[in-house]
Design a protein. Sequence first.
Length: 78
Amino acid sequence: MGAVKLKKFGNSYGFSIPSIELKNNKFKVSDDFEMITNHNSITFTKRRPHNKNWKFKDAKLSKADREWLEANMGNLDE
């Protein structure tokens, strides 16, 4: 991708991104993005959709994992 310029949009600022780049990366205007700043760089990552119907179950532990979890660790400050 070529260079883009920071522009003023009303009371905000933004970048104008070529539509071909958005299309190539399957981005849509309505997508939500996470912005990560680090020194002199900004990275935008497309957020994954949240699904309120996701269900999480506890995984079964192996015998060794259960023994480790239930082990008496003693005094960890020693």
